[in-house]
Design a binder for this molecule. Sequence first.
Ligand code: 13P
Length: 280
Amino acid sequence: MLVNMRELLLDAQKGNYAVGSFSVANMEMVLGVIKAAEELNAPIILQIAEVRLKQSPLEVIGPLMVAAAKGARVPVAVHFDHGKTREKIGQALELGFTSVMFDGSHLPLDENITETKAIMEMAAKTGAAVEAEIGCVGGSEDGSEDIVINCTKPEDAVRFEAETGVDALAIAIGNAHGNYKSTPKLRFDILQECARLVKTPLVLHGGTGISPDDFVRCSKTGIKKINIATATFDMVEKTVRDCYNKNGINGYYDLQAAEVEGAYQNAKRHILIFGTDNKA
Ligand code: 13P
């Protein structure tokens, strides 16, 4: 069933776990992620980032994501990731997304607050949740920019929470989008301080390549939503390649099944690490 992301994150706070937010690019990925969630009886979030709309137009994939969420046997929120423009965020809201992110992390804090509040007014019309970001998570969602990590200042999180009342707050603690060049060293001291000072559910971007132990530690220290993108795309591609190498693909529908399988395996693995199984 389609649910508001706010509900999922509040439940995650009560149960002390994190909900996986899986980026999708096509129907096969949507089906694979939902299959894993249903099998494990897990709530999940389906998301697509604004920068990915070149490959997967919002007016095409958005209704598909919403329809799949509505038909799922588990709670599914549909989230617009890294929203940059009011136009696209507005379109996602119109399509029935139950959550939108405004990424103002590159702006001075004052401007990020002002712009986030404007997006919250837009989202209030449909009741959708809003996620914001402070500090700078490294890399960029499509790998096109090499954004330098700029860890969140806990006092900024306090101010941001007080002035916006946003539903979810992405913080930068040494995490980065894409595959890490070396093992990520997360700043748990900063995470702990943020979690101590604010009650807003915190979000970890750049989930690909973070160790299971670090995921669990994050989920027990205020992180209630974990974004996974590259791992899904890589796993889908690898599963297809492996099938070809084993001569397991004879025609288009085998290729399609391999894509669903890759997304399913990746989502299943992460749901089990995050401890979201049987939380639906
Ligand atoms: P990864 O591509 O590193 O998994 O990051 C996902 C993400 O944070 C999307 O917003």
